[in-house]
Design a binder for this molecule. Structure first.
Ligand code: 6PG
Length: 255
């Protein structure tokens, strides 16, 4: 695996410090190189694990006004709904630091899932044109500076669930589902080509309920093994970094 690294941490406190360090470094490098940092987030526990970014020293060193924030997946619910990934990130992170409100790209919560996905892709296309988001070197896909993903115990990432037809989507950048096995059912999600075009992808996975899926995603699998979506996260050129705690890493072959 050309550019994949695993970091297994003793506990969540160490993991969250390392994660904040890593994201702060990527942000600094990107702002230096391009003047902006285009980051896409998911929902779930990774948001609180990113919390140290809002504290010293990171809250001083991260150039928040240069951040452009997107969601790799979002539940199609009102922005103030408890299930909203936007609300989670706003409450836990972005209400605490000086991000520019117009750089925070939440989905339109007053249209259908299909329209929300189309609109979101349109917004991303405009920002690729203006180079707020870079463009892939090998396709016309957007090249986010960083996409941060969690993984479910079924191996799903973003809202790409096992055996779902959206795993095969190659034309759209942002698509929608109305049959998510994990509620709420309606979601929009980046497709694999977009995830795999990013400069950096981070997977944050903790807890023993994820150990089987971590094994299926990372270890050499036999041909009869179920193909978990997390295994399909393989950036073409970018770097993939897994942040794990010991319980999540406990079923890896090497451990
Ligand atoms: C979702 C989330 C999803 C999340 C994983 C892991 O809607 O399912 O956006 O992508 O990151 O399910 O979540 P946990 O880390 O909380 O288990």
């Amino acid at each position: 695996h050309k550019d994949r690294e695993l970091r297994v941490h003793e506990n969540l406190d160490e993991l969250s410090t390392d994660l904040a360090d890593y994201i702060a470094e990527l942000s600094e490098a990107s702002v230096k190189e391009r003047g902006v940092f285009a980051i896409a987030l998911s929902g779930g526990s990774l948001i609180s694990l990113m919390g140290k970014l809002c504290e010293a020293p990171y809250n001083k060193t991260v150039d928040w006004i240069k951040w452009y924030i997107f969601w790799a997946d979002e539940r199609v619910v009102a922005k103030n709904h408890a299930d909203s990934n936007y609300k989670l990130a706003k409450d836990s992170l972005f209400s605490k630091v000086p991000v520019v409100p117009s750089h925070v790209h939440s989905i339109n919560d007053s249209v259908s899932a299909e329209e929300a996905a189309d609109e979101y892709e349109f917004v991303i296309r405009q920002l690729v044109k203006s180079r707020v988001i870079s463009v892939s070197d090998t396709s016309d896909c957007p090249k986010f500076d960083l996409i941060v993903l969690g993984m479910g115990s079924d191996g799903h990432v973003a809202s790409l669930f096992p055996n779902h037809s959206v795993l095969e989507e190659t034309d759209e950048w942002v698509t929608f589902i109305t049959d998510s096995p994990k509620p709420p059912p309606e979601r929009i999600t980046f497709t694999l080509p977009v995830i795999n075009s990013a400069s950096n992808v981070v997977l944050v996975v903790t807890g023993d309920s994820k150990a089987d899926a971590v094994h299926l995603a990372l270890d050499d699998a036999g041909t009869d093994c179920p193909l978990v979506p997390a295994r399909m996260v393989q950036p073409t050129i970018g770097k993939l970094m897994w942040f794990l705690d010991k319980p999540a890493a406990s079923k890896l072959d090497a451990s």
